[in-house]
Ligand binder design. Sequence first.
Ligand code: ISE
Length: 346
Amino acid sequence: MSAHKDLRIAVVGVGIMGADHVERLATTISGARVSVINDFSAERAEQVAATAPGSRVVADPFDAITAEDVDAIVLATPGPTHEKQVLACLEAGRPVLCEKPLTTDAAASLELVRREADMGRKLIQVGFMRRFDHEHVQLKALIDDGALGSPLLMHCAHRNPSVPPHFDSAMIVKDSLVHEVDTTRFLLDEEIVAVTILRPTPNTHAPEGVQDPQLAIFETASGRLVDAEVFVTTGVGYEVRTEVVGELGSAMIGLDVGLIRRTKPGTWGGQITPGYRERFGQAYDTEMQRWVNAIRAGATSGNHIDGPGAWDGYAAAAVCAAGVQSLHSGGRVAVDLVDRASIPGA
Ligand code: ISE
C-alpha cells in the first residue's frame, strides 16, 4: 500500500453488486475511497463514477487492476472472468475482495490457492458476506460455545423472488447454493464431502428448462447432514433461513421478524425483505470495513484479508462442481478436494 492516507480502491465491474460497493465505499466505509471504476459498459462505468467523487473510469479491467492510483481491488465482474482478473491482482501484489464465486471451476480456484500460497501472502478474500451478518455470527458463537451441544443437522432455505434471465439450473448451484455451502463450512467448521441434489417438480413460473426449486443434501466430513432448499423464482421476497439442530437444542436465524401486525379480518403478518442487498446490507458494510482495516494494518505482515480466503473459495467451488454433477445424475457425488495440508500456506 502507498503512503496515501486513504486506501485507493478500483471497483472492477459495477453491475448491481459493484455499484452497491461503490456507494458503500463512498458513504459508509472509513479509510478508503474509490479511485478507479471499470465496467464492460463504458456508459455504466461513467454513470457509477459520477456517484463517487474523485474516481476515474479506466476502460480495460487489467489496466484498472494495475493502475498506479490503486492499492486494492474490489472485483464484482461476472464469475467466468474472475480467474484471470484475480491472477492479475496476485501478479500486481494487490489485495482483492472478489465477489463469489472465486472462479466458476474448482481447478482454476485451486491454481489461485497455490499461486497465493507460493507468494507467502494472503491477498485474496472471497465475498461470502453471510459470515459478517450479525445473526450468522451469533449462531456461530452459540455453536462454538457448546450451547447447542454437538450439532447433528442443519436445515436451510434460500429463496429469491426472482433472478436475472440468464440464470440456469447450474447457476442456481454455483451462484445461490454456494452461500449455503460456505455457511455450512463456516458454522460447522469442517469440509463437505458429498452432495446430492434432488429435483422436485419445477415451478411453472421458472423459465422453461430451469430446475427450480432444488433440494441439496450435504454430508460433512464427520457425518453431519445439511439440507438446503434453493428456490429462486418464488415471486414473493428474499428469505434466507438456517436452523442448526444439536444434541442440547436448536437455533434458527433468518425469520425476518420485524414488526408483526394484526389486522381485521383476523389476519396477522409482517414484511418480507425484498432482496439480498437489504437483508445483508449490514453484513456487506462490516465485510468491507474489516477488509479495508486489514489491508491498512497488514502492510508489513503480509496478511491482507479478514474473512474467507482463497481456500474457502476453492472448497466452495469443489462442492458446487459436485453439486452440478449431482444435478445432472440425480445421485450422490463425492467432493473432490485436495488435502489442505499438502499446500503449505493455504
Ligand atoms: C446472488 O448472486 C447472491 O449472491 C445472493 O446473495 C443470493 O441470495 C442470490 O441467490 C444470488 O443470485
